[in-house]
Ligand binder design. Structure first.
Ligand code: PGA
Length: 319
């Protein structure tokens, strides 16, 4: 039996012995040329996970694939004024946040500096967009270099509002992602289907096409977080059910396994967005392949955003 190294322990495990210390599978190096064994391994993983998750009421470690941390982003969109944003920052600064979560907020460009200078370093800053390359004669655009200069660590790209309201296409978005990554920013890469696409049974086709555009462009997936955001759920109060979200997250992970690599499939965090709030986050977070959230409206309320961040506890199992 092949013995493969794991990224977590630095040791070696048999590829038939799945190791878990949390609800998410740890890094498994699979032979992607053998999709049957991959699928049976995923089945093994899932049945093991059901056993683990039957231990109710326990707190312990969360170990997720690869970078290993739940990820919660707050997308403030085109909301706020200096005053409302300083109140939000002060609420976030006084919130008690679980330590094992990567937390990022994306203020409007004009408030990034204010937020960077007042928000706790515990929370990183993302931009909501960037230009496709180096700055220059591009009126109204913001370059990656300028974002880095302000202290941004991330950029949200491919958000449905930019795809469907502004008209950005897959290639344009891919170009931005490639440049941002080449300059060291992390990318929150958004994908998701319209309601009519879901109703026409095209959810996977649409998501895979958007994913492919990212895959064709990005030099590496190390600093990419995928946000699955069904467009019909964004800002509508109509959240996907945990099962609907999980189904797409598994399909996205499987697509990465088949089209990029088993390593990237295992390591890349796939977060859910679309009407996530303080009331529904815990049930969503329990899903095996939901590695965090991208939150719009509810991220404008500090205490509620903290509740969503802390929903990581619903993934915890005994150490
Ligand atoms: P929402 O937005 O939480 O307000 O639905 C999510 C998003 O657009 O990222």
């Amino acid at each position: 039996m092949a013995v493969v190294p794991t990224s977590l322990g630095g040791g070696a495990v048999s590829s038939h012995m799945t190791h878990f210390s949390g609800l998410r599978r740890s890094f498994l190096k699979l032979d992607s040329s053998n999709s049957d064994s991959t699928h049976s391994l995923f089945r093994d993983v899932n049945s093991h996970l059901r056993l683990v998750s039957s231990n109710k009421g326990c707190r312990g470690v969360v170990t997720m694939s690869g970078s290993g941390k739940f990820f919660v982003g707050g997308n403030w969109k085109c909301n706020g004024t200096g005053d409302s944003i300083s109140k939000l920052v002060s609420d976030l600064n006084s919130a008690i946040l679980e330590s094992d979560v990567d937390v990022v907020v994306a203020p409007p460009f004009v408030y990034i500096d204010q937020v960077k200078n007042s928000l706790s370093d515990r929370i990183e800053i993302a931009a909501q967009n960037c230009w496709t390359g180096k700055g220059g004669a591009f009126t109204g655009e913001i370059s990656v270099e300028q974002l880095k200069d302000l202290g941004c660590k991330w950029v949200v790209l491919g958000h449905s509002e930019r795809r469907h309201i502004i008209g950005e296409d897959d290639q344009f978005i891919g170009k931005k992602a490639a440049y941002a990554l080449s300059e060291g920013l992390g990318v929150i890469a958004c994908i998701g289907e319209l309601l009519e696409e879901r109703e026409a049974g095209k959810t996977f086709d649409v998501c895979f096409q958007q994913l492919k555009a990212f895959a064709d462009a990005v030099p590496s997936w190390d600093k990419v977080v995928i946000a699955y955001e069904p467009v019909w759920a964004i800002g509508t109060g109509k959240v996907a059910t945990p099962e609907q979200a999980q189904e797409v997250h598994v399909a996205v992970r499987d697509w990465l396994n088949k089209n990029v690599s088993a390593d990237v499939s295992s390591k890349t965090r796939i977060i859910y967005g679309g009407s996530v709030n303080g009331g529904n986050c815990a049930e969503l977070a329990k899903q095996e392949d939901i590695d965090g959230f991208l939150v719009g409206g509810a991220s404008l309320k500090g205490p509620e955003f903290a509740t969503i961040i802390n929903s990581v506890t619903s993934k915890k199992v005994p150490a």
